[in-house]
Design a protein around this ligand. Structure first.
Ligand code: AP5
Ligand code: MG
Length: 190
């Protein structure tokens, strides 16, 4: 099985690129953000816990997302691998993922990182806010918190996966098609 991590700051284009990647490599696309938004929408206990954190631009507790991922690994059948979009987002989550995969005699295939500058994050998310109305896209303050959370908690993963020899970076500034081609060049090797 292949286990790809689709990494990048908010608004980098992870969700935009995921469906073509999932289709080409027969992967199950798991976006922890999407799963959490579904829980909020359904009004579950988990959703209620996550709502205020997400709407403040903060991360939900590691244990919550780790359990979600483990559950997906156990229940999804008939795919050639997984595309993890927005997970892991902390060193603790990355270590937990390594442990979960080791328990299944598997490992991370590669991290595909789509990177854009902070100014472009703001621009893209504000544009999306007009189209989609996501609660965590609603104000500059929330978006700035998400950017800060990314730099503080998630960016250290770059070093973590570089050390493991599993980090591949794509410049996310370019057309959707250009970014897609560059990601295929990386993923074709696995
Ligand atoms: P999540 O849903 O994962 O949000 P995110 O990481 O902030 O990323 P986005 O979904 O905002 O951006 P994207 O990279 O998918 O960009 P998109 O393709 O939409 O997480 C939400 C929240 O859930 C987190 O803040 C946290 O609270 C919680 N959470 C989730 N996972 C967690 C975890 N593991 N641990 C703890 N908490 C967790 O593109 C953005 C816009 O740009 C779109 O309008 C798109 O059309 C446009 N666009 C895309 N590519 C291009 C391009 N090349 N050129 C021009 N425009 C483009
Ligand atoms: Mg997304």
């Amino acid at each position: 099985m292949k286990y790809f991590i689709l990494f990048g700051p908010p608004g980098a284009g992870k969700g935009t690129q995921a469906s073509a990647m999932a289709e080409r490599y027969k992967l199950c696309h798991i976006s922890t953000g999407e799963l959490l938004r579904k829980e909020i929408h359904s009004g579950t206990e988990l959703g209620q816990k996550a709502k205020s954190l997400i709407e403040a631009g903060a991360l939900v507790p590691d244990e919550i997302v780790q359990a979600m991922i483990e559950n997906q690994f156990k229940t999804v059948k008939g795919v050639e691998g997984f595309l993890l979009d927005g997970f892991p987002r902390t060193i603790a989550q990355a270590e937990a993922l390594d442990t979960i995969l080791k328990g299944m005699e598997e490992e991370v295939s590669s991290v595909v990182a789509i990177i854009i500058p902070d100014e472009m994050i703001m621009e893209r998310i504000k544009h999306r806010a007009m189209l989609e109305g996501r609660a965590d896209d609603a104000s500059d303050d929330i978006i700035n918190n998400r950017i800060k959370t990314y730099h503080d908690k998630t960016e250290p993963l770059i070093e973590y996966y570089k050390k493991a020899g599993k980090f591949a970076e794509i410049n996310g500034v370019g057309t959707i098609e250009e970014v897609r081609q560059k990601s295929f060049e990386i993923m074709d090797k696995f």
